[in-house]
Design a protein. Structure first.
Length: 310
C-alpha cells in the first residue's frame, strides 16, 4: 500500500478507559495544530448479540474520508476498529494500552515518536488477510436469507448452553474434508493464529502469510488435527444432525449470533485487506518472544550468568 500525505485522521480509543481518552484528546489537539482534520470516537463495548442488531458505528460515512487512524487500547479495541476501517482501506496505528498487544505493538511511551513518524510518512504499512463469513438461513421463515460479516482474527463455531460435543461437516472447495465431533471449530487468519487458535493447540502463522488455519476445539478423535489451507479456499460448515438446539458463531470474540442445525456457514477470503502500520521498535519475532515468554526467562526471572572461574 502506498502511503500518502495525511490530511485527515481518525482516533478510536478504548471504551470507559480514562488514560485512552486523555491520550486521544491530547493527540486530537496535537494533530489539529499540524493542520490535520481529526475525528475522535470512543469504541463502544461489544456484547454477544445477533448481527441484525449491530451498532451503526461500523457504517458511518465519516470513516471513508479518513487517511489514517490510531487505535488507543488493547487488541480487542483494535479488532473492533479493524471491522470499521478494513472495508475502507484505512491504515491503522495500534497503541498498546491493554494486555497482550499482538495487534497494538506500539508501547505508550513511544506514542509521540510513532505519531510523528506516521505524519512524516516514515512508517511502513503491511496488509493482513480478512475473512468474509456468510450465514445462509435455510429455514422456511428465513427464505434462504444470507447474512454477511467480516472477521479479522477468527470465526468460532461452538455448541450452545450445554457442554456437549457438536457434529460438524466441513467441506473445502466443494469436497468433503471431515465429519468432526468436537466442542467446536476455529477458522483463523494468520493474524488470529495467536488468539483462540493458539490456546486450542493450533499453529502460529506469520501474520502476512497467505493462508487460513482451521483448528478443532477438543476433538473427540485425536486424529482430527489443525489444517492450514490456501487463502483462496472456500470453507463450508454445517451441523449434520437435526437438533432443536442452536449452535453459535462468534466473530473475533465480539460479534455473535445463533445458527440453526440446517443453516450453512460459508467462509472465504475477503476482497478487503486490513492495513497496519508496522512498529519501528520491535519485530514480530521479538513480540512473540516477549508475549509468549520464549526468551528463556520465566515470569520475569533474572538470567543467571555462569561463573567463568569454575
Amino acid at each position: 500500500m502506498t502511503a500518502k500525505r495525511i490530511k485527515s485522521f481518525g482516533i478510536i480509543f478504548k471504551y470507559n478507559h480514562s488514560p485512552a481518552r486523555e491520550a486521544a484528546e491530547y493527540f486530537k489537539e496535537y494533530l489539529s495544530a499540524e493542520g490535520i482534520d481529526v475525528f475522535m470516537e470512543e469504541m463502544r463495548p461489544y456484547s454477544f448479540e445477533d448481527s441484525g442488531h449491530m451498532s451503526q458505528q461500523e457504517d458511518k460515512d465519516i470513516y471513508k474520508n479518513i487517511d489514517a487512524a490510531m487505535v488507543l487500547g488493547g487488541d480487542g479495541t483494535l479488532l473492533g476498529a479493524a471491522r470499521i476501517f478494513g472495508k475502507c482501506g484505512i491504515p491503522i496505528l495500534g497503541i498498546n494500552l491493554g494486555g497482550l498487544g499482538f495487534l497494538t505493538p506500539i508501547p505508550l511511551e513511544k506514542i509521540n515518536d510513532a505519531v510523528k513518524l506516521l505524519i512524516e510518512d516514515r512508517l511502513e504499512i503491511e496488509s493482513r488477510l480478512m475473512l468474509e463469513v456468510s450465514i445462509v438461513r435455510t429455514s422456511n421463515s428465513a427464505n434462504n436469507k444470507k447474512e454477511i460479516l467480516t472477521a479479522f482474527n477468527d470465526v468460532v463455531i461452538k455448541k450452545g448452553s450445554f457442554a456437549r460435543i457438536i457434529d460438524l461437516e466441513v467441506i473445502v472447495d466443494e469436497e468433503q474434508l471431515a465429519t468432526l465431533k468436537a466442542d467446536g471449530l476455529i477458522i483463523a487468519t494468520p493474524t488470529g493464529s495467536t488468539a483462540y487458535n493458539l490456546s486450542a493447540g493450533g499453529p502460529i502463522l506469520y501474520p502476512t502469510m497467505n493462508g487460513i488455519v482451521m483448528t478443532p476445539i477438543c476433538p473427540f478423535t485425536i486424529t482430527n488435527r489443525p489444517v492450514i489451507l490456501p487463502e483462496d479456499s472456500v470453507i463450508k460448515v454445517g451441523q449434520i444432525r437435526e437438533s432443536q438446539e442452536e449452535f453459535f458463531l462468534t466473530i473475533d470474540g465480539q460479534i455473535g449470533l445463533s445458527v440453526k442445525w440446517n443453516d450453512s456457514i460459508i467462509i472465504n477470503k475477503s476482497d478487503k485487506k486490513l492495513y497496519l502500520y508496522k512498529s519501528p521498535y520491535q519485530s514480530y519475532f521479538s513480540l512473540l518472544r516477549k508475549r509468549l515468554m520464549w526468551s528463556g526467562n520465566v515470569l520475569g526471572a533474572k538470567t543467571v550468568v555462569p561463573n567463568q572461574n569454575n
